[in-house]
Design a protein around this ligand. Structure first.
Ligand SMILES: [Zn+2]
Ligand SMILES: [Zn+2]
Length: 105
């Protein structure tokens, strides 16, 4: 009688939306994580950042939204052209020549 391995169900995991997704990043729901303030995506601490110097979790964004929020002027201020978010992102990547992953470094 061993009494081991009675846990059949795996722990609940979340999948991070951030750059680490390339390595199929999942983490336990119990692990510290946050939701993007803008798109509500689940991101781990590594893949999220804050816009302000105040490191409040309320101001956390995924890196995609961070790029947009940080580099683009106020949205809603007549940003009514045909550019989609992904197009804007590609523009940013071209102009600034960095990928989201670089932010981590
Ligand atoms: Zn986001
Ligand atoms: Zn992540």
């Amino acid at each position: 009688m061993t009494g081991t391995t009675t846990m059949k169900e795996g722990p609940a995991v979340l999948q991070c939306k951030g750059p680490c997704l390339d390595s199929s990043h999942t983490f336990l729901t119990a692990v510290d994580h946050c939701k993007c303030n803008k798109c509500n995506a689940v991101v781990c601490k590594l893949c999220s950042t804050t816009l302000t110097s105040e490191k409040t979790d309320k101001e956390r964004y995924c890196l995609d939204c961070y790029l947009i929020e940080n580099l683009l002027p106020d949205e809603g201020a007549g940003l009514n052209n045909d550019m989609t978010i992904s197009e804007m992102r590609r523009e940013l990547l071209v102009h600034y020549n960095f990928s989201g992953a670089n932010i981590l470094l």
